[in-house]
Write a protein that binds this ligand. Structure first.
Ligand code: 4NP
Length: 166
């Protein structure tokens, strides 16, 4: 599990969830994170998400993704945007869904300090030892979105435990 002790004393931590389109997985992860940390005062969690592509910039979430997080009780508004090196600078923790996201985000910068902010979201799921990817559910049946939600929830449980450890 990535070491986050350098973030624990901060007043605010900006966390950026990243996938390919920023309409399915990363907005769902942002929805879970925002709802779970809504009452955190210190550190306050500033929730962000972005896609590596510009394909859906300005669009709302993919309807089955939003339907899945709303059915689970999460309320969240989202407009798609693209990750840039500038956004990597303003974020504290950049959490990607799959290997392709990982490669594409690392390629945005030569700065090792920025690259060190990038981790797989599922690195924080201490219940798994193998697969670290959150698979792309785009255009798949609702069950694929429900599976993604479970993966995202378990990883965020671990992330918040890591951030709140004293
Ligand atoms: P996401 O899913 O990366 O989880 O938002 C996708 C959304 C759109 C596309 C691919 C994946 N697309 O090909 O447009």
């Amino acid at each position: 599990m990535p070491e986050l002790s350098h973030l624990r004393d901060r007043d605010e931590i900006r966390i950026t969830m990243v996938c390919l389109g920023n309409i399915c997985r990363s907005p769902m992860a942002a929805a879970v994170l925002a709802n779970r940390t809504a009452d955190w005062a210190k550190p306050k969690i500033l929730v962000d998400s972005a896609g590596t592509s510009n394909w859906h910039v300005g669009e709302g979430p993919n309807p089955p993704s939003k339907k899945t997080w709303e059915a689970a009780g999460y309320k969240f508004d989202h407009v798609a945007s693209q990750i840039t090196e500038e956004r990597m600078k303003s974020s504290d923790l950049i959490l990607v869904m799959d290997r392709s996201n990982h490669k594409n985000v690392l390629a945005l910068t030569q700065d090792a300090a920025l690259q060190s902010k990038v981790h797989f979201l599922r690195d924080f799921d201490y219940t798994i030892t193998g697969e670290r990817e959150v698979p792309d559910p785009y255009s798949l049946p609702d069950s694929a979105f429900e599976e993604v939600l479970g993966m995202v929830e378990r990883a965020i449980d671990g992330l918040l435990e890591e951030l709140s450890r004293s």
